[in-house]
Design a protein. Structure first.
Length: 752
RNA sequence: GCCCGGGUGGCGGAAUUGGUAGACGCAAGGGACUUAAAAUCCCUCGGUUGCAUAAGCCGUGCCGGUUCGACUCCGGCUCCGGGCACCA
């Protein structure tokens, strides 16, 4: 029988040149999972790589007068050293680097697949332009009208660009969220909201004195049809011209349209007073034949629904505000219950804009021919290599457009002179399929072999930052579905379980250069070693929560590891040496722990640590190891007898502090690496206490505790509880009306 | 505005199904060892009354409810963090 597979994946880093604490946290968590699963006998895939295309490298190269390829290579070299210094158990042979030809060749190949299936297409649209990055951005990459990366204010520009038709998958992306039982609820909610499904109807309103022309609106509330008092069109709506041409309203409408044209979506949204003008035309409410005025206003968006709405000010906040501003009637009406219009589903999700007007990305493998039009680069001609000799200024059009040798080519179909596409792909494309490439990282003939991805996918545990709740995690789900449809991968969801780690903060704020609160992992590793750094990061907070950095806390973890080391050293000394009281201060003899109890605590610790790791409660797992070490230190028995306990302690410690655990393991006389050992098992019988302390409450308030044998029956325990001095003080002269006994948990006496 | 998280000692956090609130670590105080310091080891450590390591009262953001019993469940607020934001 072969071992079950386990794919432990961490979000691969962008090679900025510096590992930061967020990385350390992500990778420490991932490494604990990988090491633990390995010890549990799983065949574990735990890879790492580099998300190495992207703007920062291009900008850094310009600043440092070097080439992005060289800059990136240096950064990767540096960060590889840093990662290796953390003793992360990666399979380095599988490392992928998205800016290498052998990777982006297949990114381009995937683009061709999308193109074949008409998922990749070109269209002109008003797109988000970031003046800081000098490129366009996808909707997902704009946060509150600012660029997610450089925080410049995003502008809108009408441009012809490449898109991926992610909207074709909107319904499946939404439905399959149900399948993601191993994902955190907030992430799923964010994705649902982003997709933004709404179900409604499309209703046609005839227009008065305009023959057959009709006004089509989309509404989720057809029941409010009787309350409609006016109609509103988006300023760009195609009917506007026909309605106003040659009328007294034409001029005012044109002026308004001009004004709106120069505003971005966000500016429009910020307008507190809803502006608009009357078109002079009227529509007829199909439900009651009322004549209602048609207005235009910037609060109606051309991009959503039909670009026209029926306004029900009695029901809708925005309609209400508009009606008040422009003195339009507000009508409270009976609900409309008839059948009208056609069912229609709308989504807020827009297609993914993937063109980027920058150099450091995978070239879009497309050729424009005057005769043949848009021609995909034939597969055999891949990769379309990024030319090395480029002038990078960070300004103006796509840098590739300046490279004559790149642009000028022949049409693959008719062999006539043709031009290459000069935009590159959004780097989120590169990161949407890297976890497939890991399975077959060196394949020269394919992006990945089917049997390899069949073996490893889906990812059993994915770990990364919440900041990708929509971005990377939505794109990757989309890719998975497309690749699944192409029968290239085995599942239509890529990640079975997702753990979103919290940020690392210091002095209450995110670590950042501008705040000057950055802690350099290198310095911590140099001073205390990688194990201390890992241990602290895992101990200071549960993975999902924010982690407050504390230099003192780091020292505490350092002390703990030294305590473990000392324990091992002392255990190797002659067995007759007791942990005598003379070297331990004047401790209460009763607090010392005797031999059989150590066995019990060992088994309790194995049980507790195992369960804690399973539920990602690493902080409490480590706390239990500390408790165990404290118990050993407090023991009154010969330390020479602790071989078994100390061996197990090291095994339990090994996923957290791999280097220390292995060194000490060898010191104990073991020849093989601790990391090849199986995870320790516990005996449930041996974890049992033979005497337990039971709290005794009177009217729900703790009054005393009693010690009883674990097997003691209800009657014995209740009698014992009622007969203690303290309890008697509360109960004498009173009537016990109820006796509550929760087995092995507590006694509560209700008195009157 | 809407949708998610979250408020527990001086601090980070624990309490897994409603059952001894504060595990573990940090900081603080005391002690042992030492010529001394560092390191190490031990003890105390939510607030309050109290000589007390006697006993009691209060205590998990606030107000109320359910329950023998609530950090945990329910209703209403409040503050902090995050996401979305004219999507008809």
């Amino acid at each position: 029988m072969t071992a079950s597979k386990f794919y432990a994946l961490v979000m691969f880093p962008y090679p900025s040149g510096n590992l930061h604490m967020g990385h350390v946290r992500n990778y420490a968590i991932g490494d604990v999972v990988a090491r633990y699963k390995r010890m549990r006998g799983f065949d574990v895939l735990h890879p790492i790589g580099w998300d190495s295309f992207g703007l920062p490298a291009e900008n850094a190269a310009i600043r440092h007068k070097t080439h992005p390829a060289e800059w990136t290579a240096k950064c990767i070299e540096r960060m590889t050293k840093q990662l290796k210094s953390l003793n992360l158990s990666y399979d380095w042979d599988r490392a992928v680097t998205t800016c290498n030809e052998d990777y982006y060749k297949w990114t381009q190949w995937l683009f061709l697949k999308f193109f074949e299936q008409k998922i990749a297409y070109r269209k002109e649209a008003r797109v988000n332009w970031c003046p800081g990055c000098q490129t366009v951005l996808a909707n997902e990459q704009v946060k509150e009208d600012r660029c997610w990366r450089c925080e410049s204010k995003v502008e809108e520009k009408p441009l012809e660009q490449w898109f991926l038709k992610i909207t074709d998958y909107a319904e499946r992306l939404l439905q399959d969220i149900e399948k993601l039982s191993g994902w955190p609820e907030p992430v799923k909610i964010m994705q649902r909201n982003w997709i933004g499904k709404s179900e409604g109807v499309v209703i046609e309103f005839p227009i008065l004195k305009h023959g057959e022309s009709k006004l089509t609106v989309y509404t989720t509330r057809p029941d409010t049809l009787f309350g409609v008092t006016y109609m509103v069109l988006a300023p760009e709506h195609p009917l506007v011209d026909a309605l106003t041409k040659g009328t007294e309203h034409e001029k005012a409408v044109k002026t308004f349209q001009e004004k709106v044209k120069h505003e971005t979506m966000h500016e429009r949204e910020k307008n507190l007073i809803k502006e608009g003008v009357f078109t002079g035309a009227y529509a007829i409410n199909p439900a009651n034949n009322e004549e209602i005025p048609i207005w235009i206003s910037d609060y109606v968006l051309m991009e959503y629904g039909t670009g026209a709405v029926m306004a029900v000010p009695a029901h809708d906040q925005r309609d209400f505000e508009f009606a008040k501003t422009h003195n339009l009637p507000i009508k409270h009406a009976e609900p409309f219950t008839g059948e009208i219009g056609k069912q229609k589903v709308n989504y807020r999700l827009r297609d993914w804009l993937i063109s980027r007007q920058r150099y450091w990305g995978a070239p879009i493998p497309i050729i424009y021919c005057e005769k043949c039009g848009i021609v995909p680069v034939p597969e055999k001609d891949l990769p379309v290599k990024l030319p090395k000799n480029v002038k990078l200024t960070g300004k103006g059009a796509s840098p590739l457009a300046q490279v004559k040798e790149f642009v000028e080519t022949k049409c693959p179909r008719c062999k006539a002179k043709a031009r290459r596409e000069t935009d590159t792909m959004d780097t989120f494309i590169c990161s949407s399929w890297y976890f497939y490439r890991y399975c077959d990282a060196k394949n020269k003939k394919q992006a990945f072999a089917k049997d390899k991805v069949d073996k490893w996918l889906p990812v059993d545990q994915y770990i990364g930052g919440i900041e990708h709740a929509i971005l990377h995690l939505l794109y990757s789900r989309f890719f998975a579905k497309f690749l699944y449809d192409q029968k290239l991968v085995p599942t239509d969801e890529p990640f079975t379980n997702l753990l979103t780690q919290g940020m690392v903060i210091k002095d209450g704020a995110k670590m950042s250069k501008s705040k000057g609160n950055v802690v350099d992992p290198d310095e911590i590793i140099k001073k205390y070693g990688a194990d201390t750094a890992r241990l602290f990061i895992l101990f200071a907070a549960p993975p999902k929560k924010e982690l407050e950095w504390s230099d003192k806390g780091v020292e505490g973890c350092y002390r703990f590891l030294n305590r473990v080391k000392r324990l091992v050293t002392e255990s190797l000394e002659p067995a007759n040496k007791l942990r005598g009281s003379n070297e331990r201060g004047n401790r209460d003899v009763q607090s010392q722990v005797s031999e059989p109890n150590i066995t019990k605590v060992l088994h309790q610790t194995i049980k507790g640590v195992t369960e804690d790791i399973e539920r990602f409660s690493f902080n409490t797992a480590i706390a239990k190891l500390m408790t165990f070490v404290n118990v050993l230190y407090n023991s009154n028995t010969s330390i020479g007898n602790w071989k078994l306990e100390i061996g197990n302690l090291l095994l339990l410690l090994s996923p957290f502090a791999p280097q220390t655990a292995d060194e000490l393991w060898k010191k104990l006389g073991n020849k093989n690496s601790i990391h090849k050992e199986p995870w320790p098992a516990f005996d449930p019988e041996l974890t049992r206490e033979n005497e337990i302390t039971i709290p005794v409450q009177v009217n729900g308030r703790l009054r005393d505790t009693i010690k009883v044998a674990t097997e003691a029956d209800k009657e014995t325990i209740l009698n014992a509880a009622k007969s203690t001095e303290k309890i008697k003080n509360f109960t004498t002269g009173k009537q016990i009306i109820k006796e509550i006994y929760v087995p092995n948990k507590l006694v509560n006496l209700v008195i009157k």
